[in-house]
Design a protein around this ligand. Sequence first.
Ligand SMILES: Nc1ncnc2c1ncn2[C@@H]1O[C@H](COP(=O)(O)OP(=O)(O)OP(=O)(O)O)[C@@H](O)[C@H]1O
Ligand SMILES: [Mg+2]
Length: 233
Amino acid sequence: MSLFEATGVSVRYGAVHALDTVDIALDPGVLHGVIGPNGAGKSTFLDALSGRVKPSAGTVRYVGEDITRRPPRWRRHRGIARSFQRTSVFASMTVRAQLDMVAHRQGADDVAAVVEALELGPVLDRVCAEIAYGTQRSVDLALALIGNPRVVLLDEPCAGLVADESVRLLDHVRRLCRERDVAAVLVEHDVDGVFRVCDVITVLNLGKVLAHGAPAEVRADAEVVRAYLGSAA
Ligand SMILES: Nc1ncnc2c1ncn2[C@@H]1O[C@H](COP(=O)(O)OP(=O)(O)OP(=O)(O)O)[C@@H](O)[C@H]1O
Ligand SMILES: [Mg+2]
């Protein structure tokens, strides 16, 4: 049994079948990439795993317990954290105030450790609107890591970053996953980055799993090349 398992998860938005019987199994220390074209259902999948949307079918299990109907707050308190595709930092607050706010909500005391891990010390007393966009994305990641979650779901943490910022953030994600023994999902369009840092990859297309396996295997998959990678492979 894996720490976190989703089986046959489907999500409908009216007539749109955004997710169709998708499975995933997450284990501590393993970084699991989820890639696929725009509209493939990647964010919807994270919404279902984090409790933001209710699946129309399927089961989500955490430490063996069926948590399919549990709300996001319940999951976050028990160690399932996520970050969003759009930056969710508050522009007018300082970095420190936001980290403290989340720590207070979680009853956590690990702000200093997270700040050190993500090298946020120099910007702690800056207002978020005034720091570089790349650093704001690190703050997003930091907010998800407070309280030492066991499962971390990241939706395009590198969106809008330049290449070297992207490399740096993904290195942080990989290291945090290994060092803290976190079971992590990384949704990302930076395909080279995903293939570099992830241990296993699931490819979604039109709401379904198109391929699943080790990075080299997935990269060589003819269907994946045709539907998504194209010349990038
Ligand atoms: N709230 C919603 N209401 C209706 N349809 C939605 C909603 N959210 C997503 N969809 C639809 O569900 C499908 C999957 O969308 P989703 O945002 O999960 O894709 P994605 O893989 O995250 O795409 P992107 O790479 O652009 O972020 C799309 O067809 C989208 O239009
Ligand atoms: Mg998305």
